[in-house]
Each structure stands twice: as structure tokens, then as C-alpha cells.
Write a protein that binds this ligand. Structure first.
Ligand SMILES: Cc1cc2nc3c(=O)[nH]c(=O)nc-3n(C[C@H](O)[C@H](O)[C@H](O)COP(=O)(O)OP(=O)(O)OC[C@H]3O[C@@H](n4cnc5c(N)ncnc54)[C@H](O)[C@@H]3O)c2cc1C
Length: 413
């Protein structure tokens, strides 16, 4: 029978980072993956280029994960981005920063990031076994005792790190398997919904605008009595929206729909302007350039194709500014301030880059990533109920939480 000090389930960024940390601190560690390829999803990230971190200040970094972002404070302290930048450089990967914020490997190869972690973990003494799906966590007297794989092999260890990721992108290995293992241990799981996915609207009257990008828009959704919104670049698609603002809002939208009601989504294409500003602008155009087409007036403050479509839908084609009544100006200003859409069909996990949901944070000790229910079981990465926006957040969290779990499991904290 095999035995180790630490078993890591999953060879994504969280598992590789955990395996490296544990082995570097003297633990006999084995990384198991159900796939026949290590870190398959990691190799596909950032369009194959791997946006593995960002330059965002740690306080904002945590806040951008939402209400529970501070859960990761110890992970970021134990394993800040600088640690991984240095590690990658030691492994011959030069990082580069794009748009002053996003870290990528300079050579643009995500697989090199995976290889760097695999190599470092192996050199530190960690073993990697592929095509080894873990089907059961062994627990004895409330303590982790090892795992059983699909082939019936039992591997014993007093520490088991669950770094199995989530259900997003099944074609890249996304699976509920880790969540099932956690549930079998008694852990609560917030049901997964697709996140970092496009938003499909019911009445895509905007389909004509497919391909249009608005550099700075705000997309929001009503959640009970609250409005949650995301700001950033937005892409119109044939079915609704994509681009960072939509991707980052999609988890919240899909969560609302999973509650059984359609989501009420609103779009602001001029997020710095208030409704009154828009009204004043329309009235001043009517007075100063009455013979201009209204759509041309609007096209000076927003994309021409969107201006034309909105004017046409409200007032018909070739409507001149001078014909705009005060009531019409109010109506148009109100619409532009919050263009409403309904979303009743959630995005699928096939379209998602992340899962919203996962193992309940309150059942995990953030200082060690250890389960509060079963001693010796740790969690790291996407399996946890913590999802960040696009832009290197999720891989950084996976790497940092993985390292903290690995250090804790090796007794190195
Ligand atoms: C297309 C795409 C692009 C993305 N781009 C970016 C990006 O540029 N930047 C960014 O920060 N994030 C990006 N993400 C998100 C990022 O990939 C994830 O946040 C990250 O991979 C999570 O790491 P993880 O180690 O927790 O899980 P994963 O990377 O999913 O790894 C989990 C591993 O566990 C294995 N496993 C599962 N169950 C078992 C089991 N029972 N037994 C054994 N092994 C098991 C799986 O096979 C898998 O290899 C992207 C995601 C997708 C889908």
C-alpha cells in the first residue's frame, strides 16, 4: 500500500502550487489527477497565454472577489504574487504586464507556466500520477487517512488537499467530482452556477449591434432590493453581451435566475452621466442644432450604431432634434440611463470560465485552508465558494490558497 504525508487531488494551479509547497518543506507529496494531462485547464487560460496574476493592490484584489474576499488574506500573505513571479523567473519564464495590469508569460505560452510548476514540484520531490480519479476520501476517527482512486487503489496520508476545481468548462476537465467528495465529508456546497460567461438576453433587439464594443459601460442586475453592477468594456453579441462587464456580472445574473425568477438586467452606456445630464444634453441639442438628426446628436456621446438603433426604436427613422418634446427627452434620457433587459436563460457551464458556488467558506479555516469538519483535509482554488473577476484573479487565488494549504499540510506554517 502507498503512503505519503500529503495527497493533493488535482493538478491545476491550486494543486501544483500545493504540491510544490508541501514537497519543498520536506513532506512526501503526491499529486493525483483524473485527467491524463496535468493542468489541462491552466494550459487553456488567457486564450492559451495564461493571465496568471495582476498588479491590483491586495486590498482591492480581495474586495473584487466580493463580500467574502478577505477569506484569502492569509493565503495572499503566505504566497503573494511576488512569490510566484520570482518562482516563474527562476524556472526561466519572464513575466510581462499588459495594459499596466495583467501578468502573462512573455512568450505567451500557458503550458510553460504549467510545466514550470510541474518541474519545480518534481525537483522538490513531489510525485505526479495522472489518470487517477479520486473517488473517496478516507477518514478515520475524524481525521483524514488517505484516498481511494477509481481503480480501487488506496493511498494513505494524514493530509489530503482537495484542489479539484469546479464545474466550469467541462471540455477542459471541469467537474463536480471535487464537490461530491466534499459533500461526502459532510461539507455544505453552494450550488454552482456559471460565472465569467456571456449574458444572453430574452429579447436581443441589440443583435444588430453584434460586434460593437463599448469601452466603458455598466451592466447591472437587480438582486432583491439591491442593484449589483459591473463596469468595464462591453461587447454586444447576437444573443446579448460579453466582454469584461458582462462576464463579471454573469455569476450574479445566473444566481438570480437559479432562484426561479428571470433577472432584470440594465445597461448604462454612459455610466458617468446622470439621467438629468442626458436630459439637459438632449434639450440643448434641440435648441442649438434643431435641424440635426437626433441620432447624430446622440452619436456624439455614444456609439453611432447604438444611437441610431435607440432613436429608431423610440421615435422612428430620421427624427430631427427639433421634434423632441420635453416628455420625449425625459423618456429618452430615462432609457439611456438604464436600458432594461430580461434574462431568463442562464449561461451554460460550457460557456463559463469559472463556477460561482462551491465549498462553504465558513467550514474552512482561512489560516490553514483546513476543513473545520475533518482534520487533515484542506481545500484550495476554485472548489471553494469564492470567484473573482476576469483578469488573473482566479489563478492567483488558486496559486496562493494552494500554497497555504500545502504549507499547512506539511506543518510548515
Ligand atoms: C477558457 C478559460 C480561460 C481562463 N482564463 C483565465 C485566465 O486567463 N486567468 C485566470 O486567472 N483564470 C482563468 N480561468 C479560470 C482558471 O482556469 C481557474 O480559476 C483555475 O484553473 C482554477 O484552478 P484550480 O487548480 O482550482 O482548478 P483546475 O484548474 O480546474 O484544476 C482542477 C484539477 O483537478 C482535477 N480533478 C477534479 N476532480 C478530481 C478527482 N476526483 N480526482 C483527481 N483529480 C481531479 C481536474 O482534472 C483538474 O486537473 C480560465 C478558465 C477557463 C475555462
Amino acid at each position: 500500500m502507498d503512503s505519503f504525508d500529503v495527497i493533493i487531488c488535482g493538478s491545476g494551479p491550486a494543486g501544483l502550487s500545493a504540491g510544490l509547497a508541501a514537497a519543498s518543506h520536506g513532506a512526501a507529496a503526491v499529486i493525483l489527477d483524473r485527467d491524463h494531462m496535468a493542468g489541462r485547464k491552466l494550459c487553456a487560460t488567457g486564450n492559451g497565454r495564461c493571465n496568471f496574476s495582476n498588479t491590483v493592490h491586495p486590498l482591492k484584489f480581495m474586495a473584487d472577489f466580493g463580500r467574502h474576499g478577505r477569506f484569502m488574506i492569509d493565503a495572499l500573505r503566505a504566497a503573494p504574487r511576488e512569490f510566484f513571479l520570482e518562482l516563474l523567473q527562476q524556472e526561466g519564464i519572464r513575466p510581462t504586464v499588459e495594459n499596466e495590469q495583467y501578468y502573462f508569460p512573455l512568450n505567451g505560452r500557458a503550458s510553460d507556466v504549467r510545466d514550470a510548476f510541474l518541474r519545480a514540484a518534481k525537483r522538490a520531490g513531489a510525485e505526479t500520477r495522472l489518470s487517477a480519479p479520486v473517488v473517496r476520501i478516507l477518514v478515520e476517527n475524524g481525521f483524514a487517512a488517505g484516498v481511494e482512486t477509481e481503480s480501487g487503489t488506496v493511498i494513505r496520508a494524514p493530509h489530503v488537499i482537495l484542489a479539484c476545481g469546479g464545474t466550469a468548462a467541462p471540455a477542459l476537465g471541469g467537474t463536480a467530482s471535487g464537490l461530491e467528495l466534499a459533500k461526502a465529508l459532510g461539507h455544505g456546497v453552494r450550488e454552482p452556477v456559471a460565472a465569467l460567461a456571456p449574458v444572453h438576453v430574452d429579447d436581443p433587439w441589440t443583435a444588430e449591434l453584434a460586434g460593437l464594443t463599448v469601452a466603458d459601460a455598466e451592466l447591472g442586475v437587480t438582486v432583491g432590493t439591491r442593484h449589483v453592477s459591473m463596469r468595464g468594456s462591453l461587447l454586444f453579441t447576437h444573443t446579448g453581451f460579453s466582454g469584461p462587464a458582462a462576464l463579471n456580472l454573469s455569476g450574479t445574473v445566473n444566481r438570480v435566475i437559479s432562484g426561479g425568477t428571470p433577472a432584470r438586467v440594465f445597461l448604462r452606456v454612459l455610466p458617468d452621466k446622470k439621467e438629468q445630464d442626458l436630459y439637459d444634453y438632449l434639450v440643448s441639442e434641440r435648441e442649438n442644432v434643431p435641424d440635426h438628426l437626433l441620432k447624430n446628436s446622440l452619436a456624439r456621446i455614444m456609439p453611432r450604431s447604438l444611437a441610431a438603433l435607440v432613436c429608431e426604436r423610440l421615435f422612428g427613422e430620421d427624427f430631427h432634434s427639433k421634434r423632441l418634446t420635453n416628455a420625449g427627452a425625459h423618456e429618452l434620457a430615462h432609457l439611456l440611463d438604464r436600458i432594461p433587459f430580461t434574462v431568463s436563460k442562464p449561461a451554460s457551464m460550457d460557456e463559463a470560465m469559472a463556477m460561482d458556488g462551491g465549498v462553504l467558506l465558513k467550514e474552512v479555516d482561512p489560516r490553514t485552508m483546513e476543513s473545520r469538519l475533518v482534520k487533515g483535509v484542506h481545500f484550495a482554488g476554485e472548489i471553494l465558494d469564492l470567484t473573482g473577476p476576469t483578469g488573473g484573479y482566479n489563478i492567483q487565488f488558486a496559486l496562493s490558497s494552494g500554497r497555504l494549504a500545502g504549507l499547512a499540510a506539511a506543518g510548515a506554517l
